[in-house]
Structures are given as C-alpha cells and as structure tokens.
Design a protein around this ligand. Structure first.
Ligand code: YH5
Length: 285
C-alpha cells in the first residue's frame, strides 16, 4: 500500500486533541436548524443535540460537525444572530461534555469568532471563506479550516450547473481558495479540501467527480467527502432519503480507497464498520 503523506493538523487551541489523518476519520453530522428539532424549547434542543453527538462519538466519530444554516435550495436565509443563537450553545455544550473535535459548518464571521472562543476545533465552510470578513475571522481563530467547492450560492446553485472541465474547475477553485487562506495567514497545514458533492452539480457531475476523486490529491491536502444521504444516491438508485444508507456506505468505501481523509456522515456506526473492514483487509498479508 502506498503511504499517503499527510501533514498533521494543528492541535486544537486550549485542548489536547489532535486529529490523526494518517488513517481515515469519521465526522458525524449534527444539524441544529429548527427543522431538525420538534419545538421543545432551547434547553431541550441543546440536550437533544448533545445526546445525539454523544451517540456518534460512542460509535467512533472523531469530529462532530455542528451546522445552523440549512443549505437546501429554498431554505430560509438565517441572520448571523439566529445562526449564532442556534450554534453557540451546542458548541459550548459539546466542548464541555465530550472528548471530540467540534467542527462548525458556517460561513458567518461572527459564528466563526464565537465558535473559536467556545472551543471549536475546525471551521467547515461550504462557501470556502468567501463571505465578507470570514477569511479574517478564520485566520484570527488559528483553527484548521475545510474549504469546499461550490459554484454560486446554495439558494440558486442547482438551477443549471455547467462546467467546461469539471475536475479542472474544482481543482482550480480549491487551489485559489487555499492560496487566499495562506495569504490571509492560515497555515497550509491547517487546510482541508472538499469537492462539494451535491453543491451546484448534476448527478453526472457528482458521479464523475467521485470517480476521479483521487486526482484531487494533486492539491497536496487531506480531502473531506460528504455524500451521506445526498440526492446523488437518491438519483442513482431511485431511493428516498431514508433508504440511502447502502448507497452511502458504498460511496464511503470508494472514497477511502481513493484516499479520502475524512468522511462527513449521518450514519457513524455503519461507516466506522466500513472503515474497520477496509483496514482489516489492508492489514492482511
Ligand atoms: C459537504 O459535502 N454538506 S450540508 C442534502 C441531503 C443530505 C445531506 C437529503 N455541509 C457538506 O449534508 N460541508 C453540507 O439530501 C458540508 N462538505 C462539507 N465540508 C448538506 C448535507 C445534505 C444535503
């Protein structure tokens, strides 16, 4: 097996956690958008989020990705205040209660700054820090960042995505955003890259990008892959969102065999079994 040279990410400031990317890691998805809770009030919502995160950590997640903005086309725009009110109590509770790296799925400078103060360990931005002030907020935080490819904005991205050279354009975009981060003072060693499955891409685009995922190693940074329950599985298999687990696990296996470093998933226990099974085979004579 070829050794994949992956520089270690920095330690989380104020913590003692180190994300070991010499083997693939699982990031559990924790939605804190209002549509992800029945309205039992703020305490109940934070408590429910905490218990869900706890279960994902017990199942083997080494990162929990907390998101307070829905990126579904047609989802309501949330203000920075609303997003912060949803995310901050959960980031704080996870940092206090669990031994896990807390990732925050945000594009909002205020949320980046406050999350860093509350002990977050990674900023995961589907807009790759393109929002005004986000690059500086992330640089000031000293945290690692995940930069994702997307053409346009979530509200309109699926209208008519077009590429002349899909792989080349994704690669150029990620390279340019990585350079912008480095220029802003974010160490290259703290950057994770993501091709952005389902973001401004047709089924054909998503499948082609997935097939050629390994080419993105040319960028020299660890890759994060997020396909869990997404419509590319639904479209390829003709499955509703609650019937996409097998398709997602197949993609998880294909992603790690192409060298993906982090899998962002809903179904942590099942994904961890996929990784363990692959590791068992790879460890054989
Ligand atoms: C990602 O790929 N995705 S939010 C539609 C679905 C299922 C799931 C029902 N944040 C990513 O998870 N961050 C999101 O169909 C992300 N990479 C990174 N880095 C969308 C999502 C989802 C959307």
């Amino acid at each position: 097996m070829s050794a994949r040279p992956v520089p270690p990410l920095s330690r989380v400031p104020g913590g003692s956690r180190l994300l070991d990317l010499s083997r693939p890691q699982v990031m559990g998805i924790l939605n804190v958008t209002p549509d992800s809770f029945s309205d039992g009030g703020r305490f109940a919502a934070v408590d429910l989020a905490l218990r869900h995160a706890e279960a994902m950590v017990a199942a083997g997640a080494s990162l929990i990705d907390v998101g307070g903005e829905s990126t579904r086309p047609g989802a309501p725009v949330v203000s920075a205040e609303q997003e912060l009110a949803r995310v901050a109590p959960v980031v704080e509770a996870l940092g206090r209660e669990l031994d896990v790296i807390v990732s925050v799925d945000t594009s909002t400078p205020e949320v980046i700054r406050e999350s860093a103060r509350l002990g977050a360990g990674l900023i995961n931005d589907v807009r790759a820090l393109r929002r005004d002030g986000a690059l500086q907020a992330a640089a000031d935080s000293g945290l690692p960042v995940c930069l994702m490819h997307m053409q346009g904005e979530p509200g309109t991205m699926q209208r008519n995505p077009q590429y002349q050279d899909l792989l080349g354009e994704v690669q150029d975009f990620l390279q340019a955003r990585m350079q912008a981060c480095i220029a802003a003072g974010i160490a290259e060693q703290r950057i994770i890259l993501d091709p952005g499955f389902g973001f401004a891409k047709t089924l054909a685009h998503n499948l082609s990008l997935f097939k050629h995922l390994a080419r993105l190693h040319a960028l020299g940074r660890p890759l994060l892959v997020g396909v869990s329950r997404k419509s590319m599985i639904g479209q390829a298999l003709g499955r509703e969102v609650d019937q996409r687990l097998a398709g997602g696990l197949a993609l998880a296996a294909l992603a790690v065999t192409q060298g993906a470093a982090i899998l962002r998933v809903h179904d942590v226990a099942e994904t961890v079994d996929v990784l363990r099974m692959i590791a068992a085979v790879q460890a054989a004579e």
